[in-house]
Design a protein around this ligand. Structure first.
Ligand code: IPM
Ligand code: MN
Length: 372
């Protein structure tokens, strides 16, 4: 298969982790005889520094002309601490989602066996968790009208949803549930919000097309509690933009590190793949950033193009790296000198030699982090 991939490394640890994902995709292309071509462009704070725009036209045009986008992360403390900044890195990501119509954000959450003791939650609670969060991504309070009164003392953000926005992601969530454990949980705040009541009504209507899938409802405050009390009850979670943002960060605790959570953002014509973690500026350039979320996002890219065997091999390689503790310090207290690129190298090597993957890595835990 031929794929044109736009690579948007962004800020902070974005470039480091994205490099590993590209390394892995190149290995897959070579093993399976695909032609993947990569073109890089700026987004986020780095694009503001260079062009005064977090999403320059050049970047947007590249994204529009490619089959898929591999996104790193955006954000910089100089903007986080300045609420009055008019131009912000996040605007680049939000505009990209909107311009490309990426209305569904899919965030898988899994408890990995070798990492069960890395989570602050009890093993018995998280063991077996396997959730797919379907977060609406181009509507709601993120994109509603924003107002600040002239005197600067009153502000509002409108949370608006239309039937079509709810229906299209609901269909995707039900289809996904069909191939999983046949359960969709709609997370909302229908006891308070009109927009949530519309979600309930429309999702209930959509559910009629999927009689084989169970639908239940949870208020978001209760869902936040259930997520850590009993995450195994969930299969597919369907929710609006902001609730999905919050619930998915919370859910990342189950896996033991936010550095493991991948995501796919899909629309009618475009698709983007990105780790859910942010730019983690404190870690920039130190080689400690976990590349697994980015690598698993690359696996989601492969799935998106129905390259299932390829995606499976990447996931197998990730599982192996977790098992052998060839992982970065966030999930590896024993061997804390393994770097971002060590992990990428191991996964690349596994793809080339799945049956003898440990060949070049036998000594990695013998006090040295250098790969032979
Ligand atoms: C995410 C991020 C973004 C969001 C930010 C960076 C705008 O937190 O992808 O979850 O809120 O959607
Ligand atoms: Mn978020």
């Amino acid at each position: 298969m031929k794929l044109k991939i736009a690579v948007l490394p962004g800020d902070g640890i974005g470039p480091e982790v994205t490099n590993q994902a590209v390394k892995v995709l190149k290995a897959i292309a070579s093993e399976f005889d695909h032609t993947f071509s990569f073109k890089t462009a700026d987004v986020g704070a780095i694009a503001i520094d260079k062009y005064g725009d977090p999403l320059p036209d050049k970047t947007l045009d590249l994204c529009k002309s490619t089959d898929a986008i591999l996104f790193g992360s955006i954000g910089h403390p100089k903007y986080d601490n300045d609420p009055s900044a008019k131009v912000r890195p996040e605007q680049g990501l939000l505009k990209l989602r909107k311009e490309l119509g990426l209305f569904a954000n899919i965030r898988p959450v899994k408890a990995y066996k070798p990492l069960l003791d890395k989570s602050p939650l009890k093993k018995a609670i998280i063991d077996g968790t396997d959730i797919s969060i379907y977060r609406e991504l181009t509507g709601g309070i993120y994109f509603g009208k924003k107002e600040l009164s002239e005197d600067g003392n009153t502000a509002s953000d409108l949370c608006e949803y239309s039937r079509i926005e709810i229906e299209r992601i609901a269909h995707l969530a039900f289809k996904a549930a069909r191939a999983r454990k046949q359960k969709v949980t709609l997370v909302d705040k229908a006891n308070v919000l009109e927009s949530s009541r519309l979600w309930r009504k429309i999702v209930t209507e959509v559910a009629a097309d999927y009689k084989d899938v169970d639908l239940d409802f949870l208020f978001v405050d209760n869902a936040a509690m259930q997520m850590i009390l009993n995450p195994k009850q969930f299969d597919v979670i369907l929710t609006e933009n902001m609730f999905g943002d919050i619930i998915s960060d919370e859910a990342s605790v189950i896996g033991g590190s936010i550095g493991l959570l991948a995501s796919a953002s899909v629309g009618e014509t475009h698709a983007m793949f990105e780790p859910i973690h942010g730019s983690y500026p404190q870690a920039e350039g130190k080689g400690i950033a976990n590349p697994i979320a980015s690598i698993l996002s690359a696996a989601m890219l492969l799935d998106h193009f129905e390259l299932y065997n390829e995606a499976e091999l990447v996931r197998l390689a990730v599982d192996k790296s977790l098992k052998l503790k060839i992982t970065t310090p966030d999930i590896n207290s024993e061997f804390d000198s393994i770097t971002t690129s060590n992990v990428g190298d191991f996964i690349e090597d596994f793809i080339f030699n799945p049956n003898d993957s440990n060949r070049n890595f036998k000594n990695i835990h013998l006090g040295q982090s250098t790969i032979i």
